[in-house]
Design a binder for this molecule. Structure first.
Ligand SMILES: [Zn+2]
Length: 125
């Protein structure tokens, strides 16, 4: 039995990368300020002023990541098409939101990973 009164959500230190990407947490102060758009970084943290643009610099593989994700999804879509032969409207209804969601989350996760990596690198003397 694990009867922790604070609950499993109370963790010290940095939040996990996964939840950081989901809610867009600033690597320095932990405020939800990292993203200005669903998949677009804010220029800087509205709370502590950390310069996200400077941290993002050099992380310009975003286009490659998007292309790879799209390629994987298109291949998956073609595979399902061959296998189940669904009507066109059904494929579209299914794949349009899946593609948009996967690309947005992929970009968020990638950018969060990159910014956190850069931030940690700069903390070292
Ligand atoms: Zn901040």
């Amino acid at each position: 039995m694990n009867a922790d009164p604070a609950g499993p959500n109370e963790q010290k230190g940095q939040p996990g990368l996964f939840s950081a990407a989901l809610s867009g947490l600033c690597p320095r102060c932990g405020a939800k300020t990292l993203f200005a758009a669903p998949a677009g970084l804010a220029d800087e943290c509205a709370k502590c002023g950390l310069d996200f643009l400077a941290l993002e610099r050099g992380g310009r593989f975003v286009g490659v990541v998007t292309m790879l994700l799209a390629l994987v999804l298109i291949l998956a879509a073609l595979g399902v098409d061959e296998w189940l032969r669904p009507p066109l409207w059904a494929s579209f209804l299914f794949w349009a939101p899946v593609t948009v969601g996967a690309v947005i989350f992929g970009l968020r996760f990638y950018k969060t990973m990159w910014v956190y990596h850069q931030y940690e690198e700069r903390q070292q003397p």
